[in-house]
Design a protein around this ligand. Structure first.
Ligand code: ZN
Ligand code: ZN
Length: 291
């Protein structure tokens, strides 16, 4: 931790998008924003191409230039910040797998975030997403689960657990993304027993692996009121299970580079977390919180 004008601050961000996918700024602008914010370790994590048509991930033909650009930025800014080349890779519940292309590129990355964004069948072009819109999410639950939200949510968390069990990614992205369009308990109630039991079972599985669970601070910037991923009640449950954490802004623009970082840090300390994990000289290390 460093202090800037007396304000405590987390030093890293491993969830950063750019105009290679659905972000608005270039990789270099995101790097400069990280430096200005006082970060010492920054991971770039564009959405990995999907094996079906979409308008929000990187294009397959741009993978090489993405890797090259980050290599050049690492050299250019070496004296100011440690940069890491990552991608946010999708796990598909219907396939219980990531794409073959992702498997081929994965060894070339410094680290990976794995996340689930889709539901139902991911063959063909009519794919439903969890985080595209409330309407699209609802359509997916109706189409693939006959409107049974609970059945989908159980599949979702079992999918998260399976993803961690099989691939043990460096970072698990936004574990409870399914709440993004759950305003006024539109789809489900997080206080319900069945929901909390489902989450706890998933956390039990995650705790068996080294995967770090991401504290994702960027949501309120895009949809005010959603809060962080994971929800506040889950953090003590994670702590109890000694699940390691990383910090990520899910930053889609320079303005989101350290969005709500201070609030996140205060809350983590309150829940008894004493450290978060950062990449230093290419290795994951525990970094003290609030010292
Ligand atoms: Zn994501
Ligand atoms: Zn993201």
């Amino acid at each position: 931790m460093q202090t800037f004008g007396g304000i405590k601050m987390l030093l890293a961000n491993y969830h950063v998008h750019s105009d290679y996918c659905d972000g608005t700024n270039t990789l270099e602008e995101m790097v400069q924003a990280g430096i200005s914010a006082g970060l010492t370790s920054l991971g770039l994590s564009s959405h990995f191409p999907l094996p079906f048509a979409n308008d929000w991930t990187m294009k397959e033909e741009n993978i090489e230039s993405y890797l090259d650009d980050i290599k050049n930025l690492k050299e250019k800014y070496a004296s100011q910040i440690e940069l890491y080349c990552g991608m946010e890779i999708d796990f598909f519940i219907d396939r219980q797998d990531i794409s073959d292309l992702a498997k081929a590129v994965l060894p070339r990355l410094d680290y990976t975030i794995m996340s689930i964004h889709t539901l139902g069948k991911t063959t063909g072009d009519d794919v439903s997403y969890i985080d595209e819109s409330q309407q699209d999410f609802k359509r997916g639950i109706e189409k693939y689960y006959q409107g049974d939200t609970q059945a989908f949510i159980k599949d979702y968390y079992q999918g998260i657990e399976k993803m961690v069990e099989i691939f043990e990614p460096d970072i698990l992205g936004h574990v409870d993304l399914i709440k993004k369009y759950n305003q006024n308990n539109y789809f489900f109630n997080e206080n319900d027993n069945w929901y909390q039991e489902t989450v706890r079972a998933c956390l039990d599985g995650i705790a068996k692996k080294t995967t770090r669970l991401e504290i994702n601070t960027g949501t309120n910037m895009r949809i005010p009121g959603v809060g962080r991923y994971p929800s506040d009640w889950m953090v003590p449950e994670m702590r109890k299970r000694n699940i390691p954490i990383t910090i990520g802004g899910d930053s889609h623009s320079v303005a989101g580079i350290v969005f709500e970082y201070n609030q996140a840090e205060v809350y983590l300390e309150k829940c008894g977390y004493h450290e978060y994990w950062v990449l230093k000289k290419g290795r994951w290390e525990a970094q003290p919180l609030g010292v």
